[in-house]
Design a protein around this ligand. Structure first.
Ligand code: 5RP
Length: 233
């Protein structure tokens, strides 16, 4: 049986997801995110498509692509759709007052960032648990790395001051992304943390493909609540 807390979190996610999906207009090219909140967005988009909404979409993961196709959402790719009007995605953390994000605990940060960068607008749908004072307060930062030499990449991330460990599956094997990379979880320092400085250090590390800091990218964050929604911009 699900707890009252998980019921209220699910309801909050759904409220945020439904509002975010309501921002899609007829004829738009849309990016579809990854994770449980994004799955609710995709469900709502599917419902609107069944009612006649005409869009084309690009998904940020194989899982979201599969769900979207099941719901008969017309899917495309960057060869046919070089620019997107709007992407809707979730986040692991949103830093209050900045709209800086940590993303990637669903393992999709690389495609999520590529899709977000190709979008005119990025709306992030979350429940209230995702709001933090400083990024890294709850979640480590996912960093996508090339499998070759990941041990030495982790060592260099540690030398840069990030306590780092490889993400593994329940059976102890490295977690592999859709892009066939590994994920390293890096703890972010909570005192004197500078998000742009951290992003530059991570980007400059050989072996790192991309990191889950999304800075200056979100146009709006919609937070679902018990009663309704709040939109930060
Ligand atoms: C996937 C992500 C997700 O958006 C993030 O993990 C939030 O997921 P959920 O909506 O399930 O809490 O970044 O890589």
């Amino acid at each position: 049986m699900s707890s009252p807390e998980s019921n209220s979190t699910d309801a909050a996610k759904r409220r945020a997801a439904v509002w975010a999906a309501s921002q899609i207009e007829d004829g738009m090219a849309v990016g579809l995110g990854t994770g449980s909140t994004s799955a609710l967005v995709i469900e709502e988009v599917g419902r609107r498509v069944a009612e006649g909404l005409r869009i084309k979409a690009i998904a940020t993961s194989e899982a979201s692509q599969k769900l979207a196709l099941e719901l008969k959402i017309p899917m495309s790719d960057f060869a046919h759709l070089p620019e997107l009007d709007l992407t809707i995605d979730g986040a692991d953390e949103v830093q209050e007052g900045t709209l800086y994000l940590i993303k990637g605990h669903g393992g999709a940060l690389l495609r999520e960032k590529i899709v977000a960068m190709a979008s005119k607008k990025l709306i992030i749908a979350v429940d209230p648990r995702k709001l933090v004072k400083t990024l890294g307060a709850v979640f480590a930062l996912p960093v996508e790395v090339v499998p070759f030499g990941y041990e030495t990449t982790i060592k260099r991330l540690q030398d840069l001051g990030f306590e780092s460990e490889l993400r593994v599956t329940d059976d102890g094997k490295p977690y592999v992304t859709d892009g066939k990379h590994y994920i390293v979880h890096c703890k972010l320092p909570q005192v004197g943390f500078d998000a742009y400085e951290a992003a530059a250090k991570l980007k400059g590390t050989v072996g790192v493909v991309e990191h889950g800091l999304f800075l200056g990218m979100a146009s709006k964050v919609v937070i679902g609540g018990l009663e309704g929604i709040e939109v930060l911009e």
